[in-house]
Ligand binder design. Structure first.
Ligand code: SPV
Ligand code: MG
Length: 296
């Protein structure tokens, strides 16, 4: 990895919001996952609350602490040269918690945070029967202002994530909330939907006649392709939030089943990468070069 400064990452991330086209991010739950995403050529890492909490095998419901999320995001940032945007749920409490989170995530080299307008503790937005209670608008406006007033780097991005469609409160509510959050200083609006088709998202976008960029997370409506999103000039970031996590669980379950079935590990080579591949991902070649220079 070439070492890229936080300043350069911030600059790159800001560019995503203004340059033509759509920047593509993928969700990670740890540093190794982040590295794979960078290697595959994506534009940025989404430090996903779902993926990070899944790495602890606990529900995505604010059970682990802000420090655990932040340390994980820091670990990702340390091994990639593309920007890391952190999913900070509702900001881990009230506006005081948001102020502290901004300080800690900025110190960790993160280029931006997303906070969502649900009540703390939140439930995952895609959870069937999950608690999708929205916070009062003014309370969330306070959080956005608190974040913007306390960021140290001018380019740091504060994303207001609107959960009105997730909560079933409708387009009007989603639009009204988004406008208030933009007024409060949000740099982008992440408009989330759990509908199985992109219709409600497309309706929202049609009504969005603001210069503030939109962000989409198409997990539940995968029929919306990048090609189609590129035609929607309002959308600047597109996030595949959890697909590598789900693929790796599937791969690991299949492998474990095969080991049990075969009564040994003699059949599973085609299901794995060689250990040398893991060494490469860990940066062993660079360590060996360093050893030649510095070990006597
Ligand atoms: C995440 O990746 O943690 C997200 C997206 O917040 S979602 O799981 O769709 O809520
Ligand atoms: Mg999340």
């Amino acid at each position: 990895m070439t070492i890229v400064s936080q300043r350069e990452k911030l600059r790159k991330a800001r560019e995503f919001l203004t340059r033509p086209g759509v920047a593509l991010g993928v969700g990670a739950g740890d540093a190794l996952g982040a590295k794979l995403i960078e290697k595959a050529g994506f534009d940025f890492i989404w430090s996903s609350s779902l993926c990070v909490s899944a790495s602890y095998a606990v529900p995505d419901a604010n059970l682990i602490s802000m420090s655990q999320y932040c340390d994980t995001a820091r670990g990702m940032n340390e091994v990639v040269s593309i920007p890391v945007i952190a999913d900070c749920d509702t900001g881990y409490g009230n506006a005081n918690n948001v102020i502290y989170a901004v300080k800690k995530f900025e110190e960790a080299g993160i280029v931006g945070i997303s906070i969502e307008d649900k009540k703390f503790p939140k439930d995952n937005s895609l959870l069937e029967g999950g608690r999708q209670e929205l916070a009062p608008i003014d309370e969330f406006v306070g959080k956005i202002k608190a974040a913007k007033d306390h960021q140290q780097n001018e380019e740091f991005i504060v994303i207001a994530r609107v959960e009105a469609l997730i909560a079933g409160w409708g387009q009007e509510e989603a639009l009204q909330r988004s406008l208030r959050y933009v007024e409060a200083g949000a740099d982008c609006i992440l408009i989330h939907s759990k509908a199985k088709q992109p219709d409600e998202i497309l309706e929202f976008i049609r009504n969005w006649n603001q210069p503030t960029p939109l962000i989409l997370v198409p997990t539940n409506y995968p029929s919306l392709t990048l090609k189609e999103v590129e035609k929607l000039k309002e959308v600047k970031l597109f996030i595949y939030a959890n697909q590598p996590l789900r693929a790796s669980v599937k791969a690991q379950e299949a492998l474990l089943e095969e080991i049990k079935r075969a009564g040994g590990i003699h059949t599973i080579d085609p299901m794995m990468v060689p250990v040398s591949h893991i060494f490469d991902l860990q940066g062993v070649p660079k360590m060996k070069e360093d050893e030649k220079k510095y070990l006597v």
